[in-house]
Write a protein that binds this ligand. Structure first.
Ligand SMILES: *[C@@H]1O[C@H](CO)[C@@H](O)[C@H](O)[C@H]1NC(C)=O
Ligand SMILES: *[C@@H]1O[C@H](CO)[C@@H](O)[C@H](O)[C@H]1NC(C)=O
Ligand SMILES: *[C@@H]1O[C@H](CO)[C@@H](O)[C@H](O)[C@H]1NC(C)=O
Ligand SMILES: *[C@@H]1O[C@H](CO)[C@@H](O)[C@H](O)[C@H]1NC(C)=O
Ligand SMILES: *[C@@H]1O[C@H](CO)[C@@H](O)[C@H](O)[C@H]1NC(C)=O
Ligand SMILES: [Zn+2]
Length: 429
């Protein structure tokens, strides 16, 4: 056991010490793009010439696994911090306080630093602390301050902003390109609210989902054109990923929806709850009621109820202070409803991250990436050390491992066979 751990640490240390190839003098820049709710297989039943070209020109993972909980803010913040949700504490899309019953809707949380700034430093800030310049266009977490420090260039998405305006999508790419060329930013994160929006409203099997993937594909084509037009082909690395997948919500008459109040008098037994929010729910039992709440919900069909303290280790949620004591995860496709069925979504997420429908995409291209390289699936937490490596900065403490993702990189003067033994530093960290 100890020996295994040692070997892993040494391998990571070796990887960090290897020089990346550089096409030009100076460091290469990095663009991280996220298309919200892009299920891993969404490009498989649609013509996607630009995505297909990316496979030839760069790296593709078969799929990647988001952290529990498979929600927008928790997952994006794991990608940008390399920390599990229990560490970064952005445990929900909504900001809440179990004592005051405060609940702030997702879009309104985007500029509430107290929701995001919990000690885990996102990549923007770590990069800025090491002399780089960064920007965030609509990316969750980009609008907050961290220990009083803001991201250099920020555009925050406002509530009610349309998610699917293709003209605007292209303008946003132009803005980001000018940040790279005119303001010399080193790292930019760019976020799109699709295909999540269409996935929720119409369901993943609807023709409208096909159309939005075609629109995203054209946008990839536009992005590549813009990169070329701005002379960034040889100095910009690009990662395209997402935060979770999407599944079809099961409804009557196929199934009975879950109404939790049928199993537990919520008002009597819980002092706080968010239970009408997709595939999972959270609740704080009234004092002394925890076992009773747990037992009652355990009788409900088509869901799993967890005590925070007894959650599977792979969830990496148990240590969270913010998460209420009870977490409920519905079986794939079932929605939780507290008192009656308010749910209008045709598609949803928030389910177990082991479900294939919750898996999402990873693509990358640029001067430091191999070409035509297919990787095995990995956890999204490992994107963070990869980004640090690409920017040549010292990572903040994190839970990822470069050893998982470094195979996709091109190293200076090296054959694709890595010679770990010769390059090791003697100490591990
Ligand atoms: C970030 O800090 C700046 C400077 O103190 C302040 O003007 C701004 O309102 C803060 N933004 C957020 C989202 O807290
Ligand atoms: C889409 O965005 C463009 C550019 O910002 C704007 O001119 C246009 O009015 C928008 N269209 C819609 C339908 O909102
Ligand atoms: C940049 O790369 C694209 C895609 O490979 C290529 O079509 C384009 O000609 C390149 N641009 C320049 C200026 O080399
Ligand atoms: C949901 O639970 C009911 C009652 O236990 C069970 O009969 C049914 O098979 C479950 N549905 C699914 C899709 O698992
Ligand atoms: C994740 O990383 C943080 C910071 O290094 C550390 O405190 C924590 O124990 C790690 N979590 C796991 C599960 O290893
Ligand atoms: Zn999302």
């Amino acid at each position: 056991m100890k020996l295994e751990l040692f070997v892993v640490l040494v391998a990571v240390t070796c990887a960090t010490s290897k020089p990346l190839n550089k096409a030009t003098t100076g460091k290469n820049k990095l663009l991280l793009v996220s298309f919200d709710g892009f299920r891993w297989d969404y490009d498989q039943d649609v013509e996607t010439p630009h995505f297909d070209q990316l496979v030839v020109d760069g790296v593709k993972a078969k799929y990647i696994t988001p952290p529990m909980l498979t929600m927008t803010s928790p997952s994006h913040f794991t990608t940008i911090t390399g920390r599990w949700v229990e560490d970064h504490e952005v445990v929900h899309n909504m900001m809440f306080n179990t004592k005051t019953n405060l609940k702030v809707p997702h879009k309104k949380t985007l500029t509430r630093s107290e929701w995001w700034d919990n000690g885990a430093l996102p990549l923007w800030i770590t990069a800025q602390d090491q002399g780089l310049k960064t920007g965030s266009f609509f990316f969750p977490g980009g609008g907050a301050n961290y220990s009083g420090q803001a991201v250099n260039q920020v555009v925050v998405e406002e509530a009610g902003h349309p998610d699917d305006n293709e003209t605007e999508w292209r303008q946003n790419i132009d803005t980001v390109m000018s940040w790279f060329t005119e303001e010399d930013l080193d790292l930019v994160t760019l976020y799109y609210g699709e295909p999540d929006n269409v996935g929720h409203a119409k369901g993943p099997d609807h023709p409208r989902r096909i159309e939005i993937i075609e629109q995203i594909d054209r946008t990839i084509g536009y992005l590549r054109e813009a990169i070329s037009r701005h002379g960034l082909n040889d100095s910009l690395n690009v990662i395209i990923t997402s935060d979770h997948g999407m599944t079809t919500v099961k409804k009557r008459p196929e199934v009975d929806e879950i109404i939790l109040n049928k199993y537990l008098n919520l008002l009597q037994h819980a002092s706080f709850e968010i239970l009408d929010y997709g595939g999972f729910g959270i609740l704080t039992p009234r004092p002394g009621q925890e076992q009773k709440v747990y037992d009652a919900l355990s009788n409900a069909p088509n869901l799993t109820v967890y005590k925070k303290s007894e959650m599977p280790e792979s969830f990496h949620l148990a240590k969270s202070e913010r998460l209420p004591p009870i977490v409920v995860v519905a079986d794939l496709g079932f929605n939780l409803n507290s008192r009656f069925i308010v749910y209008v979504n045709k598609g949803d997420h928030g389910y177990h991250n082991g479900e294939m429908d919750m898996k999402t995409i990873f693509r990358a291209f640029g001067p430091n990436f191999k070409r035509n390289f297919l990787t095995e699936p990995f956890d999204s937490i490992h994107i963070y050390p990869l980004m640090c490596k690409l920017l040549q900065i010292e990572p903040a403490p994190h839970n990822g491992s470069l050893a998982v993702t470094e195979d996709m990189l091109q190293y200076n003067g090296e054959s694709e066979q890595t010679k770990v033994g010769q390059m090791c530093r003697s100490s591990s960290f």
